[in-house]
Design a protein around this ligand. Structure first.
Ligand SMILES: Cc1ncc(C[n+]2csc(CCOP(=O)(O)OP(=O)(O)O)c2C)c(N)n1
Ligand SMILES: [Mg+2]
Length: 327
């Protein structure tokens, strides 16, 4: 990866700010849930913060992304507003889906966050369709499909990659390989070592990067997005990372290899990037503390507004379900 583009100091700081928003937001969600103030299924993205933070440096509001149930990191990096996010998590009428979608269906088209579902692999055909739409509307948008390592074994992965390559669609297939799919390790679900090797079968570039390294993710996504905008078609990126809070918040994690867990913890990207900003003189401790305090303040405001907002009225139950109600 030595000849790939690297983020400059200002970009590295911007990546850290986004990643810190994701981390602090995750901590607050967990705190609320543990206190019994928020009840929902939660798939924490803790550990995967760097991937969308570095990727989003190359995206605009006009670009599309699709993600999965473990996707709040992708959404926040893309600019999903905190207030509407918290309101939707809390099932309030002021949420981005009027409180009727909840944490599994977060959607915000104004920022290009097109749709989220709990169906493993669903982000890929949807993002491929959006890539086709982007090609037809000629606005030079790109479409990013975020998905996990487990989803790379789903039929939709292969169908989407084939179609995107055939029609040279501006799609980035961003596989966030966090080493487990629910409670199943990679070794129990795949023969090939690298998911990126599958790109060969569809005639597109495939690259594996350290998903915890902002330089590597920034460089690989820059190349892929420039290629997509130039009309040269899709790229598969496999970003290797780890999820620290297991599959679903609250599980015991007993199926995880203890040594692997300890090794991954030592590679936690958040303290590493924070320390790097200090040692490279990009920011001072005071600068970073001020950013963290500001972000916590923004979360306070979003949380308080969400909790004070009303639940959807029962008469809303069937609205937005059938097409005739959209008029
Ligand atoms: C089509 C489908 N099959 C199975 C499931 C059950 N399921 C939910 S999450 C999950 C694991 C997916 O793992 P991965 O793609 O690696 O994403 P991660 O949760 O690790 O981010 C499975 C099998 C589902 N939701 N949808
Ligand atoms: Mg996984």
């Amino acid at each position: 990866m030595s000849n790939t583009p690297k983020p400059d100091a200002a970009t590295l700081l911007a990546i850290w700010k986004k990643a810190t928003l994701i981390k602090l937001n995750d901590e607050r969600i967990i705190k609320q849930m543990m206190a019994g103030k928020l009840v929902m299924p939660y798939y924490s993205p803790r550990g995967q913060e760097i991937i969308p933070s570095a990727l989003s440096m190359h995206l605009t509001d006009d670009d599309y992304i699709c993600t999965i149930y473990r996707g709040i990191h992708d959404m926040l990096a893309k600019g999903f507003p905190l207030g509407e996010l918290w309101a939707e998590l809390a099932g309030r009428a002021t949420g981005t889906c009027k409180g009727k979608g909840g944490p599994m269906h977060l959607t915000h088209p104004a920022k290009g966050m097109m749709v989220t579902t709990g169906i493993v692999g669903s982000s890929m055909p949807i993002a491929t369709g959006l890539g086709w739409a982007a090609k037809l509307d000629g606005k030079n948008r790109v479409s990013v499909a975020n998905f996990g390592d487990g989803a790379a074994n789903i039929g939709a992965f292969h169908e989407s990659m084939n179609m995107a390559a055939l029609w040279k669609l501006p799609v980035i297939f961003m596989c966030q390989n966090n080493l487990y799919a629910e409670h199943t390790s990679a070794a129990d679900s795949r023969v090939v070592d690298r998911i990126s090797a599958r790109a060969d079968a569809y005639g597109m570039p495939g690259v594996t990067v350290d998903g915890n390294d902002p330089d590597e993710v920034y460089g690989a996504t820059k190349i892929a997005i420039e290629r997509a905008r130039a009309g040269e078609g899709p790229t598969l990126i496999e970003a290797v990372t780890f999820r620290f809070n297991g599959h679903l918040l609250g599980e015991a994690g007993t199926y995880m290899d203890k040594q692997l867990y300890a090794e991954c913890q030592a590679k936690d990207p958040m303290p590493i990037l924070r320390a790097r900003l200090l040692t490279e003189g990009i920011a001072t401790e005071d600068d970073l503390v001020a950013v963290e305090a500001d972000i916590n303040g923004q979360i306070d405001v979003a949380l308080a507004a969400a909790m004070a907002a009303p639940f959807p009225d029962p008469s809303e139950l069937k609205r937005d379900v059938f097409a005739q109600d959209l008029a």
